[in-house]
Design a protein around this ligand. Structure first.
Ligand SMILES: [Fe+2]
Length: 279
C-alpha cells in the first residue's frame, strides 16, 4: 500500500488558458498562483489542493460530466444566486449547459460547462448531513471568505471540495483506492464512493458508469505526493506488481522533482511525485 503524504494536486486540461482562467477566478473565487508555458496553477484561498491547468488547444475534447470539480458555498440560497449569475454572464464567459439548481441527498447544486470542455459544480451541503454520518459534509474551511472578497455575485465559493472519477466496478475500485493507493473510503452516495487522503478534507467522488465511452488523457489526473524521491521509486516498484495498474510510466526527473504516471483499473490517470516544486 502506498503511503503518500497528501493528495495535493489535480491536473486539468482546457483549451485556452485565457478563456478558462477567468472562470476559475471570476466564478469560483480561485486565484492564479503561477502561469507560464501553457500551464497555470490555481487554488482556492481556503483549500490547499491545487489545480494545474494545461492548455491543450482548440482540439481538446469535452470531458465527461463525471470528471467535474466542485466548489461549495455556505448557504443553500447561494446556489440559486450562482445560477442566476451564471445565466446572466453566460456569454461573457462562453459557458454552456448551465443546469437549473437541483437538490438531492442534502445537497443542492448547479453545474455548467466552461469553454475548456470541463463541467464545474457549485454546491451547498446541508449540515444535517453531518449528523447522518456524511463526513464529506463537514466544513471545508476554517474562516469563511467574506463577501467583500468576492462581491457582486450573490454567492461566495468557500472551498474547492471535490473532484470526480468514473469507474467500472464500485467494489473493485474501492478496494484498489484503499488497499493499493492507501486512500480512505469516506462514505458514499447511493451509487458512488468517496475517496480521500487522511490529511485533508477534499475528496474524489467515484461513480460507476455502465459502458463507459470516454476516457481521460494523462493531462487530467490526480497527484499523490510522497515524502521523498526514494519513496517515489519505492512506490513505482510497488505498483509494478500491483493488481489493477493498467499502465505504468517510467520514473522521470525534471527540475529536481521525481515523478511518474500510471493508469488505474478504470484507466484513470494518477501521478506520484515527491514534494519538490510541483508541475
Ligand atoms: Fe459533484
Amino acid at each position: 500500500m502506498l503511503r503518500a503524504v497528501g493528495l495535493t494536486h489535480g491536473h486539468y486540461e482546457c483549451r485556452s488558458l485565457d478563456e478558462t482562467l477567468p472562470v476559475f477566478t471570476e466564478l469560483l473565487a480561485m486565484r492564479v498562483l503561477e502561469r507560464g508555458n501553457g500551464t497555470a496553477v490555481v487554488r482556492h484561498p481556503n483549500t490547499e489542493w491545487q489545480l494545474v491547468v494545461h492548455e491543450a488547444g482548440a482540439g481538446a475534447p469535452d470531458k465527461p460530466h463525471n470528471n467535474h470539480y466542485g466548489v461549495r458555498v455556505a448557504r443553500a440560497e447561494e446556489v440559486d444566486a450562482a445560477h442566476r449569475y451564471l445565466l446572466a454572464n453566460k456569454d461573457r464567459f462562453a459557458l454552456r449547459r448551465i443546469s437549473p439548481p437541483r437538490s438531492q441527498h442534502f445537497a443542492r447544486s448547479v453545474y455548467f460547462v466552461e469553454p475548456g470542455g470541463n463541467t464545474l459544480e457549485i454546491e451547498h451541503y446541508d449540515a444535517q448531513a453531518i449528523a447522518e454520518g456524511r463526513t464529506i459534509a463537514r466544513p471545508h474551511w476554517e474562516r469563511e471568505l467574506p463577501e467583500a472578497e468576492f462581491s457582486g455575485r450573490g454567492y461566495v465559493p468557500q472551498a474547492l471540495t471535490h473532484g470526480t472519477l468514473e469507474c467500472d466496478d464500485k467494489e473493485a475500485s474501492a478496494a484498489f483506492y484503499r488497499d493499493v493507493l492507501g486512500l480512505q473510503i469516506a462514505g458514499g452516495g447511493r451509487l458512488s464512493i468517496y475517496i480521500k487522503h487522511a490529511a485533508s478534507p477534499w475528496y474524489i467522488v467515484v461513480l460507476p458508469i455502465p459502458r463507459r465511452k470516454k476516457f481521460l488523457s494523462p493531462a487530467s489526473r490526480f497527484t499523490l505526493t510522497m515524502a521523498s524521491a526514494d519513496a517515489v521509486a519505492e512506490a513505482h516498484r510497488e505498483l509494478r506488481s500491483a493488481q489493477g495498474v493498467t499502465e505504468l510510466g517510467a520514473i522521470e526527473e525534471r527540475d529536481g522533482r521525481t515523478s511518474f504516471l500510471f493508469a488505474d483499473l478504470n484507466r484513470n490517470w494518477w501521478e506520484i511525485g515527491d514534494s519538490h516544486h510541483l508541475r
